[in-house]
Design a protein around this ligand. Structure first.
Ligand code: CAA
Ligand code: NAD
Length: 278
């Protein structure tokens, strides 16, 4: 299969890596060569780790050899599937899908890895709503089992079947849900992270104590503030905005501290500083 990925950030890089591990021929796009180089370095490091642990069936070089990196969207014309993993912004994603709808061969399927943005709106922008779907991987992609499969209003049964089978070929467990703000995963996860941030703002406890309480008390693998830093505070804020606007209830209002940290450029792990320093 010719597998395309748009965005070489933490999610796009992980999706490209796992697709290549599954034997697919992969092309990855980002806006600048330096972003592609950074994405490639992260993939190399992850493949090295998996190889050391005997978790790769091919050598890292073979897997990496299946991936090409490009700044030119025209290189996606022959893709059977393109998964988008760019910034969590509806306008920017819609414009990209408009261009992909014109570029990718008509029978190609387009998918978004969006955390929360309506699949149906992006499907309309692509001009091929029957062959459009949400394919939501979890972070870190090489280690997490789930793919949340989100059907838009006009997604065909054939597209849903193809994505389910592709996720399985990638060693993931696909689980289906419908197109509502935040789907299932982030409708439930994100209010918890937002509440933890609100606890910091109100001085309920220090970040280390909040994370420790949730890790030791609830057996979560990461505390909520560590996880928010890991996801990216910009992405967390964007998801909370979609939940708040889409569901209306004030319980989804983003914490003012989350908004302020994003305004200050403290985006978590990816910017070197969030609730913790990296
Ligand atoms: N590739 C390869 N190896 C990786 C890796 C990657 N991308 N990321 C981490 N590892 C390695 C680590 O280097 C470490 O290796 P060593 O044992 O050699 O040191 C190993 O995996 C295990 O890491 P940890 O020691 O940190 O152990 P862990 O048991 O905590 O596992 C984890 C790490 C799986 C990330 C775990 O902490 C976890 O499950 N965290 C929660 C993740 C989560 O909730 N993800 C969902 C986020 S929400 C989302 O994705 C949706 C959205 O739209 C926002
Ligand atoms: P990121 O900031 O790590 O990477 C985004 C990449 O997209 C960057 O390399 C950026 O240069 C590139 N990009 C931005 N606009 C672009 C455009 N118009 N064309 C091409 N490339 C462009 O972000 P991320 O964490 O990888 O998130 C990407 C998507 O995946 C978002 O929609 C996010 O909501 C979703 N997601 C994130 C997580 C997470 O935990 N971070 C989990 C699941 C889904």
């Amino acid at each position: 299969m010719n597998f395309g990925v748009i965005g070489a950030g933490q999610m796009g890089g992980g999706i490209a890596q796992v697709a290549a591990q599954s034997g697919f021929t992969v092309v990855v796009h980002d806006q600048k060569q330096e972003f592609l180089d950074r994405g490639r370095a992260v993939i190399e490091k992850s493949l090295g780790k998996l190889h050391e642990k005997g978790k790769l069936s091919d050598t890292p070089e073979t897997v990496l050899g299946r991936i090409t990196f490009t700044t030119d969207l025209a290189d996606f014309a022959a893709c059977d599937l393109v998964v988008e993993a760019i910034v969590e912004n509806e306008g920017i994603k819609a414009e990209l899908f408009r261009r992909l709808g014109e570029t990718v061969k008509p029978e190609g399927i387009l998918a978004s890895n969006t955390s929360s943005i309506p699949i149906t709106a992006l499907a309309t922008a692509s001009g091929r709503p029957e062959r459009f779907i949400g394919m939501h991987f979890m972070n870190p992609v090489p280690l997490m089992a789930l793919v949340e499969v989100i059907r838009g209003y006009r997604t065909s049964d054939e597209t849903a079947r193809f994505i389910t089978e592709t996720a399985e070929k990638m060693g993931k467990t696909p689980l289906a849900c419908n197109d509502f703000p935040g789907f299932v995963s982030n409708r439930i996860l994100m209010p918890m992270l937002n509440e933890a941030i609100q606890c910091v703002m109100e001085g309920v406890a220090e970040p280390e104590a909040i994370d420790g309480i949730m890790k030791l008390g609830m057996n979560h693998p990461m505390g909520p503030l560590t996880l928010a830093d890991f996801i990216g505070l910009d992405t967390c804020l964007a998801i909370m905005e979609v939940l708040h606007q889409g569901l209306g209830d004030d319980k989804y209002r983003p914490s003012p501290l989350l908004r302020k940290m994003v305004q200050a450029g403290r985006l978590g792990r990816k910017s070197g500083q969030g609730f913790y320093t990296y």
